[in-house]
Ligand binder design. Structure first.
Ligand code: GSH
Length: 217
């Protein structure tokens, strides 16, 4: 199985965490967002020109949520989905919400505060950063706060697809200098901390250290 992507991309990290939790081995093709994703060779793998993309035994698929569903069905041991139809639907929804609502806001801080000044040597768009923190983040965090349990993960004691989707986005926000305000969103802040200290997530973050160092110099 071959995973195309960069380990610090949040949607790619979702797949890496799922593989690590399930004990699935994969080969990694490191490809970073930028012109490489729009080359004909990569567009044959994913015509949308995005990572992650996965090749497995003649199957080529993209989109982190689609990939996670595939891995869940192919490797059902150590499930990442809850057991009831209602909870499974809710887990898919929260994964979708993380991609649609959290990814853009976390991505802005990651790009503007980490990638642009350090890697691309471009000025941070401070207006975009301020607007993201003051206007765009709060409604998303309000919604997530209301979904967050007092203890454990979103659908029980074990980490699952929805948790992986949410936590992975916050890792990138963290690289962009952002952390959830525990006074305003106490349940969410504690939940994110629990997620970051999950052994597999912590190992993933450890594995990313060299790349982050390379970016920050
Ligand atoms: N819905 C997709 C989004 C994938 C996506 O936006 N990936 C980013 C990296 S995390 C990317 O490839 N960006 C480059 C681009 O869109 O040109 C998923 O969940 O995998």
């Amino acid at each position: 199985m071959k995973l195309h992507g960069a380990i610090i991309s949040p949607n790619v990290r979702k797949v890496i965490i799922a593989c690590m939790v399930k004990g699935i081995n994969f080969e990694s093709n490191i490809i970073i967002p930028g012109p490489a994703l729009k080359q004909p060779e990569f567009l044959k793998i994913n015509p949308l020109g995005q990572i992650p993309a996965l090749e497995d035994d003649g199957l080529t698929i993209s989109d982190s949520n689609v990939i996670l569903q595939y891995l869940e069905e192919k490797h059902p041991a150590t499930p990442l989905m809850p057991s009831t139809p209602k909870e499974r639907a809710a887990a898919r929804w929260l994964s979708e919400y993380a991609g649609a609502a959290l990814f853009p806001v976390c991505g802005t801080l990651f790009r503007e505060n980490l990638i642009n000044p350090n890697y691309l040597k471009q000025a941070t768009n401070q207006e975009a950063v301020d607007e993201t923190i003051t206007k765009k983040f709060p409604p998303v965090l309000d919604y997530l706060e209301a979904q967050t349990p007092d203890e454990g993960f979103l659908f029980g004691e074990a980490i699952g697809i929805a948790d992986i989707s949410v936590i992975s986005m916050f890792i990138n926000a963290g690289y962009g200098g952002y952390s959830v305000d525990e006074n305003r969103w106490p349940k969410l802040a504690a939940y994110v901390e629990r997620g970051l200290s999950h052994p597999v997530v912590a190992k993933c973050i450890e594995n990313e250290k060299d790349m982050i160092k390379m970016i920050t110099g």
